[in-house]
Design a protein around this ligand. Structure first.
Ligand SMILES: Cc1cc2nc3c(=O)[nH]c(=O)nc-3n(C[C@H](O)[C@H](O)[C@H](O)COP(=O)(O)OP(=O)(O)OC[C@H]3O[C@@H](n4cnc5c(N)ncnc54)[C@H](O)[C@@H]3O)c2cc1C
Length: 360
């Protein structure tokens, strides 16, 4: 299995090319080795450095740092989620704990953005859990009750209200909640790469193929070199099992997304010039769709278990056709050929979460 860079992602294509990319070209010894430089690995590196800035930390990635799932997502930062299970009292206790973790994540991102003055199109505009199916009103109401019980402000919206806010009559029901942030994920993660602490050495385009524990040391191998470390932290997302870690507890799912070009003034006016918005699905694995600050539409409406892990252009085009159909259903008046980029990525799913979130 080889992880490679590609130029399909619309968020990444908006960024300047990186300079000063270092690959691993000799053996190293370190205190901590972090494998995978997405949001998880970059955050771990930052935290470890905060705890002890004398430690020798190596962060290594098979491709360019931050250019995996971390740049390729839909850019939602949310406090509450719908498909997390909340039908029993025990579920609700777990749900509350998860929301606290999500809130801490949001607080940490906000603090980071403020400290480093990051421009990542951060917009606290809330989020819509929406459906075109009238029968989903039952789920929407039950979720709204839960949110009210937990003290989260929310509102049920009907088709008319949704049309005026989103510019489409496609949705029949939605729960709107304040706790949702939209941002440009490529810009955020790029800034995290650019501001790594001094005691973190970053090596990119350097894949770890295997590792072994010898007494209290760990040896890790790229194709040509070795890193010897006291501690190792795996932050490889959907590639975890390829390094023989938690093989029986997780599996990868592949998501694909597309981003359109900017809508013209005329096209934007025709759909009612809506403010930036983000819709999440009421049903598990339904469509995520958002209108960006610069008037693009992002859509993710596929999720699949598949092998091999990367998609060729032909396969991506087939998913892009599904995205096009999704956009067309919502915005009939827009032309057919407005998708500018499409991409895919593997994500880690824990077996326990998967069954809880998808079986209702
Ligand atoms: C289309 C799509 C939409 C999404 N939408 C959202 C959203 O709106 N909100 C949200 O919160 N999440 C969303 N996600 C999920 C989110 O992107 C991931 O949860 C997040 O990127 C995980 O970050 P990470 O650092 O764990 O993984 P990644 O960013 O994937 O980083 C893992 C890194 O590990 C590296 N790696 C793997 N194996 C090796 C190896 N053997 N040696 C060296 N390096 C290795 C990879 O190259 C990669 O850079 C979405 C994902 C996708 C694909």
């Amino acid at each position: 299995m080889k992880i490679e860079n590609d130029n399909g992602c619309g968020w990444l294509n908006q960024l300047p090319k990186r300079l000063n990319i270092k690959t691993l070209n000799e053996d190293h010894i370190c205190d901590y080795l972090i494998v995978g430089a997405g949001y998880t690995g970059l955050s771990v590196a930052r935290k470890l450095s905060e705890i002890d800035n004398k430690k020798n930390i190596i962060l290594i990635d098979a491709q360019l740092a931050g250019e995996g799932g971390s740049s390729r997502n839909s850019g939602y930062l949310v406090d509450t989620t719908l498909n997390d299970g909340f039908t029993s009292n025990k579920d609700i206790e777990n749900y509350k704990k998860k929301v606290k973790i999500y809130e801490l994540g949001i607080k940490t991102v906000k603090k980071y953005i403020k400290e480093h003055q990051v421009d990542c199109d951060f917009n606290e505009c809330g989020k819509y859990f929406a459906s075109s199916k009238i029968e989903d009103e039952v789920i929407a109401k039950s979720f709204s009750n839960l949110l009210s019980k937990l003290g989260y402000k929310n509102k049920i919206l009907d088709q008319k209200e949704l049309q005026s806010r989103l510019g489409t009559s496609f949705y029949n029901i939605a729960v709107f909640t304040d706790g949702g942030i939209l941002l440009n994920p490529g810009k955020l993660v790029r800034s995290m790469v650019d501001t790594l602490p001094d005691n973190v050495k970053l090596y990119e385009n350097s894949q770890i193929y295997n590792w072994k524990k010898i007494n209290n040391k760990i040896e890790c191998f790229t194709k040509k070199h070795k890193i010897t470390t006291k501690k190792i932290i795996f932050c490889t997302n959907g590639f975890l099992k390829y390094l023989n870690v938690k093989k029986n507890y997780s599996f990868p799912i592949t998501l694909t997304a597309s981003l359109t070009r900017k809508l013209t003034d005329k096209e934007f006016k025709e759909i009612g010039s809506p403010k930036e918005w983000g819709v999440l699905p009421i049903r598990p694995m339904g469509a995520t769709i958002r209108m960006t600050k610069d008037r693009r539409i992002l859509i993710r409406n596929t999720a699949e278990l598949r092998n091999p892990f990367s998609m060729n252009r032909n396969e991506l085009n087939k998913r892009a056709a599904i995205h096009k159909e999704g956009i067309k259903k919502r915005f009939k008046q827009l032309p057919d050929n407005i998708i500018e980029s499409s991409w895919s990525r593997r994500l880690l799913q824990w077996i326990w979460n998967w069954s809880r979130n998808t079986i209702r």
